[in-house]
Design a protein around this ligand. Structure first.
Ligand code: FAD
Length: 499
């Protein structure tokens, strides 16, 4: 529980907004969540929850609910996208998950959002649908007292506010922009908003497991489990979700969609599956497409990293896609939302007086600004590795076959690259080992622990220093500038992960 409770407005009830609402309200902050849509998204598609994301849900007491809604991934089978040939089957050893402290789940996007929504209500979040924010108003001396909750703790008479499309104005101590990649808050906090279309489109859909199990052509999918198909500049995957009652699948294709075809502001749109080009897809993938009448589609954009995630003097914070847009259906999209929510709430749980707020928000920025690019660069590398063209793809497949023959270990960070004890990469296993090791390193991260570490190493120190300088405990905002100046000399060098 945070000793000093804030009035917090969160813009956007996607995964990042719901996750931060759950975490902050659990710590006693008064949270109101504003969503433009009339209800939670009900689009069919699935999302991966790697161990680092699952650990956050476990911390919030949601592990049981997660198990009822998702499926655990214990194996991965890599296949050729065109022919369907199995290239390598990996069984993840239980040690992998023991070491990382979590599990690897796959869940329907709507199921995860529903789960977080129910939890947000349970911990007392006030959620308003049909509440589109049309303007962000920075704090000023003339701002009237909050209509949300009074009195505001941090900036009496000077908090930031938002205006809704209805004309209503809401005030708070802190406003969190969780409003996706076209965030209304982002240009205020960080002006760089450019994006580059990668030329790839992502489709995701859900298929009833019974229809898969009853089809002889799908027999080995049922037997071998989670499957990834690797093709030339495209790839696909199909894990089970909904406690194995459904299959989800993702398909990434090169596709030159016209500008006006990229959907609503979120970029996600429901389309008939007959829209998808099928040439070059093996028969199992075609079966998935035939079995899902509609798919959820998003065009893939690359965005530059934001430099500024927070504007403490005005009380603004960015989270999720608004802060750090990632490619659609990325493995670590969920990680980014859940980890950020956990880091932010853990830091703010130490808030005892208003003067601390700035340094805690800058700590959030520092921790996330170093972690989030690691998550997206992994995704970019992973995607290019799964969709290598021509001779590169052939060489990758040969490496994987060779590694499969040598019973390549699925615990590579504990053993040598090629499993034969010499780690010389003579079977091409070294690149693969590096790839797996990076996965393991990312999975081992613990967001809550990272934020607590910051508090112990730097937060407490700063507290003591401020107290010595100012024994009445009323540190001024001038400390904030000192903190910013120090960022390059210590704060950014905090190790973010202990794997
Ligand atoms: C409809 C939808 C379906 C998706 N399906 C999948 C999927 O199947 N698989 C997958 O891997 N990922 C999916 N995603 C993406 C995934 O949820 C996100 O990319 C990622 O998890 C980060 O979420 P976010 O909360 O930061 O942003 P988003 O998920 O984009 O959520 C932003 C939210 O803010 C709301 N919003 C935007 N502007 C305003 C405003 N001015 N005022 C109030 N509210 C506003 C939006 O309506 C939206 O609900 C989907 C996203 C959406 C929006």
């Amino acid at each position: 529980m945070a000793p000093l409770k804030l009035d917090i407005l969160i813009v956007g009830a996607g995964m990042a907004g719901l996750a931060s609402a759950c975490a902050l309200a659990s710590d006693g902050h008064r949270v109101r969540l504003l969503e433009a849509a009339p209800e939670l998204s009900n689009m069919g598609g699935a999302i991966r929850l790697p161990p680092n994301a699952v650990k956050v849900l476990m911390d919030w007491g949601l592990h049981g609910k997660l198990q009822g809604q998702s499926s655990i991934i214990l194996t991965t089978t890599f296949c050729d996208l065109r022919t369907g040939e199995v290239i390598k089957h990996t069984e993840w050893q239980s040690d992998v998950f023991k070491d990382s402290g979590g599990e690897f789940h796959m869940i329907g996007h709507r199921d995860l959002c529903q789960m977080l929504y129910a939890h947000a209500l349970f911990v007392g979040v006030n959620i308003s649908f049909n509440s589109k924010v049309v303007a962000i108003i920075p704090p000023s001396e003339s701002t009237p007292t909050s209509s949300l909750v009074t009195p505001r703790n941090v900036r009496p008479n000077a908090g930031p506010s938002v205006r809704l499309s209805t004309g209503e104005t809401l005030h708070a101590d802190l406003i969190i922009g969780a409003d996706g990649s076209n965030s209304i808050l982002r240009p205020i906090v960080d002006r760089r908003t450019s994006q580059i279309y990668t030329g790839t489109t992502m489709y995701t859909g859900i298929v009833d497991a019974e229809s898969v199990e009853n089809n002889p052509r799908m027999k080995d999918i049922v037997e071998l489990g989670y499957r990834i198909w690797m093709g030339e500049r495209c790839y696909a995957m199909a894990p089970r979700v909904q406690n194995t009652k459904e299959y989800a699948f993702h398909l990434a294709q090169i596709e030159d969609l016209p500008e006006n075809e990229h959907g609503a502001s979120s970029g996600w749109r429901v389309v008939p599956s007959t829209n998808v080009r099928r040439d070059g897809l093996n028969t199992q993938l075609q079966f998935f497409l035939d079995s899902a009448p509609t798919l959820t589609r998003a065009r893939c954009f690359e965005h530059p990293s934001v430099e500024d995630w927070v504007d403490p003097s005005r009380g603004f914070v960015l989270i999720g896609q608004a802060a750090h847009p990632m490619l659609p259906c990325a493995m670590h999209q969920s990680s980014d939302c859940l980890e950020s929510a956990s880091v932010l709430s853990t830091l703010l749980s130490h808030l005892r007086k208003p003067s601390q707020l700035s340094s805690l928000l800058y700590a959030y920025e520092d921790l996330r600004a170093s972690r989030a690019p690691q998550l997206s660069s992994f995704e970019l590398l992973n995607r290019s590795w799964l969709s290598l063209p021509g001779a590169l793809g052939v060489a990758r497949n040969e490496d994987m076959r060779a590694a499969a023959v040598k019973s390549y270990s699925a615990r590579p960070w504990a053993e040598n690259a090629n499993g034969d004890g010499d780690n010389d990469g003579d079977d091409g296993g070294q690149d693969l080992a590096k790839h797996w090791a990076e996965i393991a390193w990312l999975w081992g991260y613990d967001a809550g622990e990272d934020a607590e570490d910051w508090w112990i190493k730097w937060g407490v120190l700063r507290e003591r220093a401020t107290l010595e300088e100012n024994p009445d405990g009323n540190g001024g905002t001038c400390r904030l500038h000192g903190y910013r100046a120090e960022r390059g000399h210590g704060f950014l060098s905090i190790p973010v992960s202990r794997v």
